[in-house]
Design a protein around this ligand. Structure first.
Ligand code: SF4
Length: 191
């Protein structure tokens, strides 16, 4: 059986098939998602089923898709150019679960954390307040372009690095005016 695409109607059909059939199917069956589930409707992953302290870093997703069109990148083609988003409350609920499961570091797996810059900026105060309220239990990392085609000045990820802190890597030196905090660690970045 093949599941193609993201969580959505194809996933529902796959689960329905598994609930109603036993054994190996006579031939390969494809379940392809046409209607993606809105990210605001994603359930909280079952972090409680694993002991995250045994892992180098936990992962969380805030957005999917990217409006840019870097010629080597398949992300806009796969996930669309209009980023879909989780709500800040959703992200915080997941962080609560991640901490309860024992993690000390979290990686935002978004291919471009600032794909929707306004949404990223709106999320940051929630992340900062959550860190303060919980006495800084997590270190964050994310990916973002080394330069922002749409803005000048300090980018949201730059603010995130300075405040949380978040690490961000790049293939070339970033010309942004805000330097990473001393605690910033460099992670691999495809942007
Ligand atoms: S490389 Fe990064 S910024 Fe460029 S299209 Fe891909 S995800 Fe977007």
């Amino acid at each position: 059986m093949l599941h193609l695409g993201e969580l959505g109607d194809g996933t529902d059909r796959l689960l329905e098939y598994l609930d109603t059939h036993d054994g190996r199917p006579p031939r390969q069956i494809r379940f392809e998602t046409v209607e993606r589930l809105p990210m605001a409707d994603f359930p909280v992953p079952a972090y409680s089923l694993i002991w995250l302290r045994q892992y180098f870093i936990a992962s969380i997703q805030f957005s999917s898709g990217c409006p840019y069109a870097c010629e080597f990148c398949d992300i806009p083609g796969l996930y669309g150019r209009n980023p879909r988003l989780k709500t800040p409350e959703q992200v915080l609920r997941e962080l609560d679960e991640i901490v309860a499961a024992g993690a000390v570091s979290v990686y935002f797996v978004d291919d471009n954390f600032i794909a929707n810059q306004r949404a990223a900026q709106e999320l940051l105060p929630h992340l900062i307040e959550w860190q303060v309220r919980n006495r800084y239990p997590l270190r964050f990392a994310c990916e973002r372009p080394s330069t922002s085609p749409r803005t000048s000045g300090c980018s949201p990820s730059c603010a995130l690095r300075a405040s949380i802190p978040c690490s961000a890597g790049s293939r070339r030196p970033s010309p942004m005016p805000c330097e990473p905090s001393p605690r910033t660690r460099i992670s691999a970045c495809r942007c």
